[in-house]
Design a protein around this ligand. Structure first.
Ligand SMILES: *Cc1c(COP(=O)(O)O)cnc(C)c1O
Length: 371
């Protein structure tokens, strides 16, 4: 089966060289030398002030909420991976949805004020599929209503807005380095912030609240990354420019061949995206299911990211119906995109989608145009 992504495994000898260093140091976890090196290199590569590694992207969100002192409720997007909302709920913060923009597929800033509650403490927004949110508008709203802003940047590795890392917006941004993500450490994640105090609190929270030998300063959890995961991260990071280039080539090819026929996500102005996913929106759910079946028959497995819309989850009720998010969730399909994917497979996906599209929307015949 050809899936939407294939975890990147670089050269095994390069990975072994990093692992050899673990066998020499005998240091397996707890902020070891490879984790420190990875943090430094990621900070450099992304162009951010503080980056603290975590053991996954979900705990990165939970720790970020704690470090910023969120409470009550948070306005968030219904169109994201479930962890964006479930992490809030897990922390005792009630997610209240604001609908998405039907073009960018990110939270629509103009819908945020109507979703505010007396106890709203934050906006939690996702840069969906690595497309930057309307960061300036969100910042203005947050300032007006005195809210914190957390960006779930799980898809936004290396994404830029106005020439700099998109992680430089908001009080904190979180990343996921899960095996299915563009940059990965098998399991892992990170919290990025420009605020020195927030960074210090994050470090403490990730390590049980322990600040020194014999010293525990408050509640914490275990969100530490281990050295073997850091070794994988370092070897993937060695190849990251090539990974981004290959993805961009594939993304451009899909765009060029499908753009005139299918709804694609509208990219934020002045942004540089990473092609971590290639989502298309079809006309309706029946078409999505038909296309998925047709592609699966050819051994290709597209995914319905993100389905269902999070405002339908039982444990988050009651919620207002989020029409744009539900409509998109019903129609979206993510196509395979990863380094090593054959051009012939891309063509096969494109041809299947275009055939299906033509079935529903026949091209005007020549004589009709002449009349
Ligand atoms: C993958 C993902 C997460 C969760 O990250 P894990 O590392 O799997 O815990 C959170 N939010 C979004 C948008 C994601 O895609």
């Amino acid at each position: 089966m050809i899936n939407v992504t294939k975890s990147y495994l670089g050269d095994i000898d390069k990975f072994k060289a990093y692992v050899d260093r673990i066998y020499e140091s005998h240091w397996l976890t707890n902020h070891g030398p490879l984790c420190c090196e990875l943090e430094e290199r990621l900070k450099d590569y992304l162009g951010v002030r503080h980056l603290i590694l975590t053991n996954n992207g979900t705990l990165a969100l939970q720790v970020a909420y704690r470090a910023l002192g969120l409470s009550g409720s948070a306005v968030t997007t219904p169109f994201s991976f479930v962890a964006t909302s479930s992490s809030l709920h897990w922390e005792g913060i009630r997610p209240v949805f604001a609908d998405i923009d039907p073009h960018t597929w990110n939270i629509d800033p103009e819908q945020i004020p109507a979703s505010l509650q007396p106890d709203t403490s934050a906006i939690v927004a996702t840069h969906v599929f690595g497309n930057p949110c309307a960061v300036e508008r969100i910042e203005a709203i947050a300032r007006q209503y005195r809210l914190k802003v957390v960006y779930d940047g799980a898809h936004a590795f290396a994404v830029k807005q106005a020439g700099q890392s998109v992680f430089n917006w908001g009080d904190a941004s979180t990343l996921s380095f899960h095996a299915t993500k563009l940059f990965h450490t098998i399991e892992g994640g990170a919290i990025v912030t420009n605020d020195d105090d927030v960074a210090a609190r994050v470090r403490k929270l990730c390590n049980f609240g322990i600040t020194d030998v014999d010293k525990i300063e408050g509640l914490g959890t275990n969100a530490k990354l281990n050295e073997f995961c850091a070794a994988m991260g370092l070897s993937v990071l060695d190849d990251i420019d090539n990974i981004l280039e290959r993805r961009a080539e594939m993304g451009h090819y899909y765009t060029q061949r499908l753009g005139g026929y299918l709804d694609l996500q509208r990219q934020a102005d002045d942004s540089q995206i990473n092609y971590s996913y290639f989502p298309v929106a079809l006309q309706n759910e029946a078409q999505v299911l038909a296309m998925r079946t047709a592609l699966q028959a050819d051994g290709i497995n597209p995914r319905r990211y993100f389905y269902p819309s999070l405002d339908t989850l039982d444990y988050l009720q009651p919620q207002a119906v989020q029409y744009q998010s539900r409509s998109l969730s019903d129609r979206v399909l993510c196509l395979p995109i990863y380094p090593g994917l054959a051009r012939a497979t891309q063509d096969q996906v494109i041809d299947t989608l275009l055939r299906g599209h033509e079935l529903h929307y026949p091209q005007p015949v020549a004589w009709a145009a002449a009349v």
